[in-house]
Design a binder for this molecule. Structure first.
Ligand SMILES: Nc1ncnc2c1ncn2[C@@H]1O[C@H](COP(=O)(O)OP(=O)(O)OP(=O)(O)O)[C@@H](O)[C@H]1O
Ligand SMILES: [Mg+2]
Length: 432
């Protein structure tokens, strides 16, 4: 690796933490880093270095979303082009990004479709934001792909509570199973300015700062969505078909500096899937209403519940005008009705009655969603500090519109009579 770092020095130099990571020979590395530490950069160099060795390599990037996996893929492509401008590089972008460089190949996939990855082989897998993917993507999909190649696995992420990523990280700290691990603050990256970190510290809660920028593995009693609640709801891909039941849509309108979020679920309180989740920011109210209406129109007959507090009321009225064929209700969110709504969502997730594929932004919001008790004794639930909670609120509104499962068709038999005559005995037998 040292020789390669010299070769790449004209275009890239690692910071000290990246150098430690790159130079360590372990096959299984776990790096828990703060945001902007330089994870994507370091993993790109790790892949490019392997592609400059003689033996053919097959690399796979997995991340919660394809968009995220593509960031690392694009960085590898950029570095390869900068290092060897004359070497032929074959790149295709669909159905998923794939690149061939001499005898070496690189593919980027989202962790949403791991079933289709079973049976494939790789010499190296990088899992970005590994803490946000279900554990089964690592243990049941990635690890078997390396079994026959004696390949390497790199897990890199900001922490997300004490879940599987924390356990792998702990194994590394104890030196178990040949795992190397390290945790690192964002400040280790000299390209991250102290001023940027200072602004973040003022914007988010102390706990969120410790997790996101100091890479602390924290679970807290004040969390509304405990780590095991989030993990229980996560699946690599949604089972097919979706549960029987209506499509229900929750809308949380943007407030100052916030996002408008739309969550779409289908099923019942006993079993539902999160079909989609989106958020938009910085448009005029008219455009926002139009965009939300278009998303709703994609689901004819869907039930819609919008937050109607504050500005939400006139927005609700415009949405109703645009969607005369949909049932659109408003809910004025108060401290009193917010707590049961969120408790119900957490309970549904914990029971695995609401399943979802990884959505890192939603998971982050859930991780930092806290409850506190005011001096008057009221429970307050909100994103800690001035963090966002729009996705969580939209999802809780959508889930609140789900009906309870319609009971199965009752057994019909002859009318029961509670007398000692023959008819009674006959009707009893008919139930056996
Ligand atoms: N060794 C380096 N040399 C120059 N710039 C670097 C280096 N490492 C990281 N950077 C810069 O720091 C910033 C963050 O890097 P990168 O995107 O790799 O971090 P990350 O940890 O993946 O961030 P995120 O948490 O957003 O995913 C980028 O602007 C990147 O160009
Ligand atoms: Mg990154």
């Amino acid at each position: 690796m040292n020789d390669f770092l010299n070769q790449i020095a004209p275009i890239w130099t690692p910071h000290p933490g990246q150098r430690l990571f790159l130079e360590h020979p372990a096959k299984f590395k776990v790096l828990a880093c703060g945001r902007r530490w330089g994870k994507t950069e370091a993993c790109a160099v790790q892949i490019v270095a392997a592609m400059h060795r003689d033996s053919p390599t097959e690399h796979l990037i997995l991340a919660p979303t394809l968009e995220q996996a593509r960031l690392l893929f694009d960085r590898v492509e950029e570095m390869l082009r900068a290092l060897d401008p004359t070497q032929e590089l074959k790149v295709r972008s669909s159905p998923h990004p794939r690149l061939t460089f001499g005898p070496h190949r690189l593919t980027a996939r989202s962790g949403h479709v791991p079933r289709s990855l079973r049976g494939l082989e790789a010499t190296h897998i990088v899992i970005d934001e590994a803490a946000y993917l279900p554990e089964s993507v690592i243990t049941e999909v990635a690890m078997p792909m390396l079994a026959t190649t004696d390949g390497s696995l790199t897990l890199i992420s900001t922490p997300h509570g004490r879940n599987h990523f924390w356990r792998f990280h702990q194994m590394g700290l104890r030196g178990e199973h040949g795992i190397w691990s390290r945790s690192a603050h964002s400040a280790e990256n000299p390209h991250v300015s102290p001023a940027f970190l200072q602004v973040q510290r003022e914007l988010v809660s102390e706990r969120a700062y410790r997790v996101e920028y100091e890479a602390a593995f924290e679970d807290s009693l004040s969390r509304v969505f405990r780590q095991e609640v989030i993990d229980a709801a996560l699946v690599p891909s949604l089972p097919s078909p979706h549960p029987a039941g209506p499509v229900c849509i929750g809308v949380d309108w943007a407030r100052w500096s916030d996002f408008t979020a739309v969550a779409v679920v289908q099923g019942s309180r006993e079993g539902a899937h999160l079909l989609s989740l989106s958020r938009t920011q910085g448009r005029s109210w008219a455009e926002m209403v139009r965009s939300v209406a278009e998303q709703i129109e994609a689901h004819p007959g869907a039930r819609v519940v919008c937050d109607a507090s504050g500005l939400g009321d006139p927005l609700l009225e415009s949405l109703k005008e645009r969607l005369p064929l949909h049932r659109v209700d408003g809910l004025v969110m108060t401290a009193a009705n917010k707590a049961p709504l969120l408790d119900a969502l957490a309970w549904q997730m914990e029971k695995r009655a609401l399943l979802m594929t990884p959505h890192p932004e939603l998971q982050r919001e859930m991780e930092h969603f806290e409850q506190s008790r005011s001096d008057s004794g009221h429970v307050r639930m909100a994103a800690a500090g001035s963090g966002h909670d729009d996705l969580v609120i939209a999802l809780s509104l959508a889930a609140s519109a789900l009906p309870h499962r319609i009971a199965g068709i009752p057994l019909l038999g002859a009318a029961r009579r509670f007398s000692r005559n023959r008819t009674h005995r006959t009707s009893c037998r008919s139930f056996n």
